[in-house]
Design a protein around this ligand. Structure first.
Ligand SMILES: [Zn+2]
Length: 349
């Protein structure tokens, strides 16, 4: 087997991942770029591989004797890289990442995952001392003084495969915006790009236990699984009262961990959620070292057994005045489990 080198990786990216067109035209917004976009973009990707991500470090790399081995055609300075990156349109990069995911799915890269999910979460990058743009969020120190600024994003990843967690898009949001709103925009765009049948569910933390988010997930044809914490105190308390002292619905193993799962689907919805009932899953994982990990999840999918969606339809609530959903909704389909079913694990043995 040939050793992995940046040049071989570049050939793989261009031919097998079919990204040659993207590398040549990644959304270059410079009116008159002297150095080809392909050179600047590949230098950044090679820098990422070598964990040299600052523009200054990449300049040092392409001015060194390593440049030819990296497959970077020309020398350039860090100012050229900054000028290029500032003007790079995000859309072509988003579409290139989505094309890799779709290509991977067609080539059965995710086939060992029973269900594919989309995970949403907030993240922050690019801390700086001065406010530089409308996306800068002030960061306060312990004396409530602004000490620096940071950029916030919602991040979406493909999850569900044991070994692959693949972040593929971000949506920035400024101080007057919110993670919840940015994540709704991001989820909608992701499903439009990936297609309505790419993923089965969306998973997120307790911040997303809101009616607008759950409506959107249903409208996009996704089962929603969100963490239930004290953010919905009434439901959380009801779930604890009901599920704490009852035997688990299922007990099964994942590797050496023993999992107990509880599933109840007849909790009352809260005011703004016009669902007939709400399903709550409780999950307790016992590790061999004696530690226990526990969580409550509110879900529109069952962890217990096979059931057909038409008998318990995912509520779909379309905005008033909208004649058709933004993304064509799938027919309800059978869903099995999001956690392994004990019978399936027994069958594998
Ligand atoms: Zn900024």
């Amino acid at each position: 087997m040939k050793a992995a080198t940046p040049r071989r990786l570049k050939a793989f990216v261009c031919s097998r991942l079919r990204l040659s067109a993207y590398l040549s035209a990644p959304g270059d917004g410079r009116p008159q770029g002297q150095i080809p976009a392909r050179v600047l973009l590949w230098a950044q990707l090679a820098g990422l591989l070598l964990r040299e991500t600052s523009f200054h470090a990449i300049e040092a790399l392409v001015r060194s004797r390593a440049r030819a081995a990296l497959g970077v055609g020309r020398r350039f300075g860090d100012d050229a890289l900054a000028y290029f990156t500032e003007r790079l349109a995000p859309a072509p990069t988003r579409l290139a990442l989505v094309s890799i995911l779709r290509h991977s799915k067609r080539n059965k890269a995710f086939d060992t995952a029973r269900f594919l999910g989309l995970a949403l979460d907030g993240t922050g990058v690019a801390r700086c001392r001065q406010q530089r743009c409308r996306l800068c969020h002030p960061v306060q120190d312990s004396q409530q003084q602004i000490s620096s600024y940071v950029h916030h994003f919602s991040l979406i990843s493909v999850v569900g495969h044991e070994e692959l967690t693949l972040p593929f898009d971000v949506e920035p949001y400024g101080p007057k915006d919110s993670e919840a709103a940015a994540s709704r925009r991001l989820l909608e765009r992701a499903v439009q790009h990936l297609g309505p049948r790419f993923a089965d569910y969306v998973v997120a933390d307790g911040l997303y236990a809101t009616a607008p988010f759950l409506h959107l997930a249903g409208e996009l044809g996704l089962y929603a699984i969100v963490r239930l914490k004290a953010n919905l105190p009434t439901l959380y308390q009801q779930a604890q009262t009901r599920l704490l002292d009852t035997p688990p619905t299922q007990v099964f193993s994942i590797g050496r961990d023993r999992i107990e799962a509880w599933d109840a689907d007849d909790f009352d919805p809260w005011d703004s959620l016009p669902w007939p009932t709400v399903r709550v899953l409780r999950y307790r994982q016992h590790r061999p070292d004696g530690t226990v990990c526990e969580a409550y999840w509110r879900s529109s999918a069952s962890c217990a057994s096979v059931w057909l969606a038409p008998s318990r339809p995912i509520p779909v609530n379309r905005p008033h005045g909208r004649s058709s959903p933004r993304v064509s909704r799938r027919r309800p389909k059978p869903i099995v489990t999001l956690f392994p079913d004990s019978r399936d694990l027994a069958a594998q043995k």
